[in-house]
Design a protein around this ligand. Structure first.
Ligand SMILES: Nc1ncnc2c1ncn2[C@@H]1O[C@H](COP(=O)(O)OP(=O)(O)OP(=O)(O)O)[C@@H](O)[C@H]1O
Ligand SMILES: [Mg+2]
Length: 401
């Protein structure tokens, strides 16, 4: 029943995966694939669910994905689920039988590249799909991932714990493909927190920055869970710093094509590197303890942000590193001194350091600290797919742990 042209070698991403409900549409796509002599495409008869089941068997997401929503009772929520889990670099083209401008707009809003109404012609399809020379002229897909810089008001304020916790919650609580980039190349702690072996992946990535495609990235990343990765270095204190503003910019450009969220654990440093990171980030999560010193430093960092990237959002997080005493600054006092609201507060958590030393984030994340970090993740994702998920969805079957 299915006409398939499988030329799937183990590592290369497929150029096109197409699943069409009716045989006529499938045959039309199939004939275009033959005409274009595409050797790396899979065209089958099936639904969105069938397509997702098939993609689950692939080593990576295809460059282009053609899906049919003709038989879908909830096309928008189906496509939102797909958009949430697909690699940001995958172009998604949707076909359906409703000629509805509202639906078209909503699909484009979700990051779908085009919507074709059936019956469509080969010429229409050719225009929507993007091959060869045309592909390199296309602008970056609207679904490029977001960069979150987690920055402390000073060293030791809990930045790494927040960065790792936030990444964990984005990956596990919100099912987003997430990477934590540990920018402390000398004394980074991210892999320790996650109980992962030390890695020089970040150094290798920086040395090979021009060739950082999907396969090269896979070699330098360390996998923590189905959607959670780290990119770290562990270099000799006497060695030169491999980070420069240019290489960092290139690295971030490569990462946002493959991840929904790139979480940066930013060590206390200043100068060009910090400016590059902060300017390039979509969110700056500023971690501070409830002290006067933090008020001063947060005010300083905030001032530099006000003049920079205007679409950026600063999320101010107060981390209670110690149990509250009568001397602890209250939220009201901090907000009054800063002239801005506090977005999230993390509770003092007995045992957090112990779980961290043992490399067991799962121990402290379900507790009150973890719930507060989940709220930061929800704030950043804008609600997240988890709450909108339908019971028994393909998305849930595919990606539940
Ligand atoms: N809310 C909290 N309750 C209790 N302990 C905490 C809390 N937040 C962080 N800690 C502890 O504080 C210590 C410092 O945390 P962390 O390493 O995350 O800070 P950092 O700002 O990244 O430090 P550095 O500047 O050295 O990179 C750790 O032992 C951590 O377990
Ligand atoms: Mg740290």
């Amino acid at each position: 029943m299915s006409q398939v042209q499988d030329h799937n070698d183990a590592t290369r991403a497929l150029e096109l995966v197409a699943f069409l409900i009716d045989p006529d549409s499938r045959d039309l796509v199939q004939s275009l694939v033959f005409d274009l002599e595409l050797k790396n495409a899979v065209v089958r008869q099936g639904s969105v669910d069938d397509a997702l089941d098939f993609i689950k068997t692939l080593p990576s997401w295809p460059h282009q994905l053609l899906l049919d929503i003709a038989d879908s009772p909830l096309p928008l929520s189906d496509m939102k689920r797909v958009a949430d889990i697909a690699e940001p670099s995958t172009r998604i083209i949707v076909v359906g039988d409703r000629n509805d401008v509202g639906l078209f707009r909503d699909l484009i809003q979700l990051g779908v590249a085009d919507y074709l109404v059936k019956p469509f012609t080969q010429a229409m399809l050719r225009r929507s799909l993007n091959f060869g020379a045309l592909a390199s002229e296309t602008p970056r897909p609207p679904r490029a991932g977001k960069i979150i810089a987690v920055v402390g008001s000073r060293g030791g304020v809990g930045t790494t714990t927040v960065a790792c916790g936030l990444a964990w919650q984005l990956a596990h609580g919100h099912s987003r493909r997430t990477v934590v980039l540990d920018l402390d190349v000398y004394n980074g702690a991210v892999n320790l927190v996650f109980n992962l072996p030390p890695s020089q992946g970040l150094v290798t990535a920086l040395q090979n920055i021009a060739g950082l495609d999907h396969a090269a990235l896979e070699k330098v990343l360390t996998l923590k869970g189905p959607r959670l990765f780290t990119l770290t270095a562990d270099i000799d204190p006497k060695a030169a710093d491999p980070l420069t503003p240019d290489t960092l910019n290139e690295l971030l450009a490569a990462l946002v094509d493959h991840f929904h969220y790139v979480v940066l654990d930013v060590p206390t440093r200043s100068g060009d590197i910090l400016n590059t990171l902060m300017d390039r980030s979509d969110y700056v999560v500023l971690v501070a303890d409830p002290t006067i010193l933090a008020v001063r430093n947060v005010a300083r960092i905030s001032r530099t942000r006000d003049t920079a990237n205007t679409t950026q959002r600063t999320v101010l997080v107060i981390n209670n590193l110690a149990p509250k005493t009568p001397e602890t600054l209250t939220t009201g006092a901090m907000e009054a001194a800063l002239g801005r609201g506090i977005d999230h507060t993390l509770p003092y958590t007995i045992g957090l350091t112990k779980s961290q030393n043992l490399g067991r984030p799962q121990e402290f994340l379900p507790a009150a600290y973890g719930k507060a970090v989940l709220e930061i993740a929800t704030d950043i994702t804008g609600g997240g797919a988890k709450q909108e998920e339908q019971p028994g969805s393909v998305w849930k079957r595919m990606f539940s742990n």
